[in-house]
Write a protein that binds this ligand. Structure first.
Ligand code: SF4
Ligand code: F3S
Length: 107
C-alpha cells in the first residue's frame, strides 16, 4: 500500500507534505510532487497536511484519478528527492481547485 499525489498538486506544489514524511519518499518535478510507492510506509501523516487535498491512499483514490498511481511510480524513479518545504509555486492559490491539471504537468 502507498499514498499517491494527485491532480490538484499540479501548479500548486505547496510542499507541506515533505516536512512530515518520516521516510523522505517525496520526489520533485517542475510543478508536481510524487510519492515513491516502494518507499512509502503508509503512515498517512502527509494526507492531512496538503492544503490542496491532493494526497490519497492508493485504495481511496477519487474516481478518474487512478492513473496517478502509475504516474507516481514512474516519476519517482526519475525525479530528485525533496526533503524540505519550499515556497508554493507562483499562482498556486489561483490554480488550487481547478480540474484536469494533468494537462499542465511538466516533466
Ligand atoms: Fe511519507 Fe507517510 Fe505520506 Fe507515505 S504516507 S508519503 S510514508 S508521510
Ligand atoms: Fe503537492 Fe500538497 Fe505536497 S500540493 S507538494 S501534495 S502539500
Amino acid at each position: 500500500m502507498t499514498f499517491v499525489v494527485t491532480d490538484n498538486c499540479i501548479k500548486c506544489k505547496y510542499t507541506d507534505c515533505v516536512e512530515v514524511c518520516p521516510v523522505d519518499c517525496f520526489y520533485e518535478g517542475p510543478n508536481f510532487l510524487v510519492i515513491h510507492p516502494d518507499e512509502c510506509i503508509d503512515c498517512a501523516l502527509c494526507e492531512p497536511e496538503c492544503p490542496a487535498v491532493a494526497i490519497f491512499s492508493e485504495d481511496e483514490i477519487p474516481s478518474g484519478m487512478e492513473n496517478f498511481i502509475e504516474l507516481n511510480a514512474e516519476l519517482a524513479d526519475v525525479w530528485p528527492n525533496i526533503t524540505e518545504k519550499k515556497d508554493p509555486l507562483p499562482g498556486a492559490e489561483e490554480w488550487d481547485g481547478k480540474t484536469g491539471k494533468i494537462a499542465e504537468l511538466e516533466r
